[in-house]
Structure formats: structure tokens, C-alpha cells
Design a binder for this molecule. Structure first.
Ligand SMILES: [Zn+2]
Ligand SMILES: [Zn+2]
Length: 319
């Protein structure tokens, strides 16, 4: 049995190309100076032994837990009729069948297209000089500016890649699938052709690899925090809801669901992910501006009509 497990480990090591097990990587580590989170990090790598597997499993679990975990609150909100007044397209509410259909395709894509890539994630990170199993973690100030850079890079990459995908044959054969839902919902964020997931995923992971290639100063934990924020952004942008507390009502250049919901409704314009500046400066948000201005005017008119009716009823009561 032991011989079998040993040969399995050897096969894994030859496949992953990472022959250094965790107990050697941490051989001279003084854990007494580490924070609790850093100690947990070390324990995780020690538990799996092989760093490639440890990074792969963590990356995969992180994606699944955050993507589906973030979609659950939106499913609950969809089931609450009292929330309809915040829905951007209130006439379209996803059914359970829609949600199940999305879940199936997303899971299929995660287990077929993504899993093999995750296998090679650790070696690629090391190739670019990213720190992975290492502790201590970088300072939070460094993490903040690096993540801010990733947001700006991803937004620019996504704008151009997404806009290109609306070009005839690319739209017909690849991007059309993502546009199946005219009124999107949280789980539909990754409802897309595997090629699209691959290309647009480059915007998410390309920033960290580029920064790493130039500075050799990036920890994988920073990348994980960035990926979590990016997943939140993607699921929320597809939620179909705009609340008074929604981020774009506080940060005017944040795109949010209001921006991306229009893209699904109109098929054209509003191509970016996190920010509004590319669409604004290149004029691809003109249709969006027109539609939203019209909706605002209609709302104001309806409110004025209500007030008129109320004033008329008061007048009748007095007479
Ligand atoms: Zn599109
Ligand atoms: Zn979308």
C-alpha cells in the first residue's frame, strides 16, 4: 500500500514538475512569528504536501464557493416579490429552470475547461516569479495598490475583448450564448462559451502575471483577494437589481448592474466591466444614457400624476 502511495506521489510530482514537498519548503520556518492566518496558510500547504495540488485545490474551491455563494443571495431576492421594484427589467424574473440550466453549464465548464488549467496554475505562477506557499503575507497597502491596478487593467482588457466579441462571426459562434438572457441574473455571469471564458479570463489573470513579470513582487494571496472581488463584481453586475445602496449610486464611475443589465437588454454598448470611463469617452454608452434619461422622465411624470391625483382627492374632500 505504501509503495503504491509512493509511486502515486512520484507520478504526481513528475506530472506537476514540482518535486519539492511542503515539509522541505518549510524546513527552516519559525512559525512562532507568524499571524494566525499565516499559520493556517502553512498548514494548508503542509496538509497537501505537494504545493501544486495545494494551490490547485485552493484555487478551484475558491472559485466554486465564491461564485455560487455570491449567487445565492440573488436567488433569494429573485424569489421575493417585494424586491421587484428594484429590478431593472421587472417583467423578466428567472425561473428555477433558468437557474438550474445556468448552474449545469457553468459546472460543466468548470470541471472540463477550468480544472486542467488549474493543474498548471502553480507552475505558471512560479514561472512568472509569484510567491505562493511563502509566508509572511505582503502588507495590506501593497495589496490595495496592486488590486487597484488589476481592476484598471481588467476593465480595459474586457472593454476591447468584449467589444471585439460583438463583431459578426465572433458574436454568432461565441458570444451569442452569453446573450441568451436578455435580463441577466447572478448565476448567468459565467453562462458563456468556454472560449469566451478563456479569453475574458485573461483579463482577470493577465494583470497579475504582467505585474509579476515586471516587478517579481506579488503574492498569490493578493491574486486570490482580487479574484474574489472580481467574482463579486461579475455576479453582482448580472444580478439585474439596482438598489439605492448599490455601489454605482455612491461611486459614479462604478459600472454595476445598472450598466451591464442595459448591455444585455440592448445587445450593444456598455462593454466594460467595473468602470464607466471607456464607454463614456468612446461614446459606446449613448444609447444607455438616452434610455435611462427616458426612464427617469417617465418615473418623474408618474410621480407628478400621483401627486395631482392626491391633490384632487383632497380638494373633493374639502368641498
Ligand atoms: Zn456582450
Ligand atoms: Zn453579461
Amino acid at each position: 500500500m505504501e509503495a503504491l502511495s509512493q509511486s502515486f506521489n512520484q507520478t504526481l510530482e513528475s506530472l506537476t514538475g514540482h518535486p519539492t514537498p511542503a515539509h522541505i519548503l518549510y524546513a527552516n520556518l519559525d512559525t512562532s512569528k507568524l499571524t494566525y492566518a499565516e499559520q493556517l496558510w502553512v498548514q494548508w500547504y503542509q496538509y497537501w504536501g505537494n504545493p501544486v495540488i495545494a494551490t490547485g485545490v485552493m484555487s478551484f474551491l475558491l472559485h466554486e464557493i465564491v461564485y455560487f455563494g455570491r449567487s445565492i443571495p440573488w436567488m433569494i431576492i429573485d424569489a421575493m416579490p417585494s424586491m421587484r421594484k428594484y429590478k431593472l427589467q421587472p417583467n423578466y424574473v428567472p425561473t428555477l429552470a433558468d437557474q438550474w440550466r445556468c448552474t449545469r453549464l457553468v459546472l460543466l465548464s468548470h470541471f472540463t475547461v477550468e480544472l486542467p488549467q488549474i493543474w498548471s496554475f502553480h507552475p505558471i505562477c512560479e514561472y512568472f516569479g509569484m510567491t505562493t506557499h511563502e509566508v509572511p503575507f505582503p502588507s495590506w497597502t501593497k495589496m490595495v495598490w496592486q488590486i487597484a491596478l488589476f481592476f484598471v487593467f481588467e476593465d480595459a482588457f474586457h472593454y476591447w475583448a468584449h467589444r471585439t466579441m460583438h463583431f459578426g462571426p465572433l458574436y454568432k459562434h461565441i458570444h451569442k450564448l452569453h446573450h441568451e438572457y436578455v435580463a441577466p441574473f447572478g448565476l448567468a455571469a459565467e453562462y458563456a462559451h468556454p472560449l469566451e471564458v478563456l479569453v475574458l479570463g485573461m483579463g482577470t489573470i493577465g494583470g497579475p502575471f504582467l505585474l509579476c513579470a515586471f516587478t517579481k513582487d506579488l503574492h498569490i494571496l493578493t491574486v486570490y483577494i482580487w479574484v474574489i472581488l472580481r467574482l463579486f463584481q461579475a455576479v453582482d453586475a448580472h444580478s439585474g437589481y439596482d438598489f439605492p445602496i448599490s455601489l454605482h449610486n455612491w461611486i459614479p464611475f462604478w459600472a454595476g448592474a445598472d450598466h451591464h443589465d442595459y448591455h444585455h437588454m440592448a445587445f450593444l454598448g456598455c462593454y466594460s466591466t467595473s468602470f464607466r470611463w471607456w464607454d463614456h469617452f468612446l461614446g459606446t454608452d449613448r444609447g444607455y444614457q438616452r434610455v435611462r434619461a427616458k426612464q427617469k422622465a417617465q418615473k418623474l411624470r408618474a410621480e407628478a400624476d400621483e401627486l395631482d391625483k392626491y391633490a384632487a382627492s383632497l380638494k373633493i374632500q374639502r368641498e
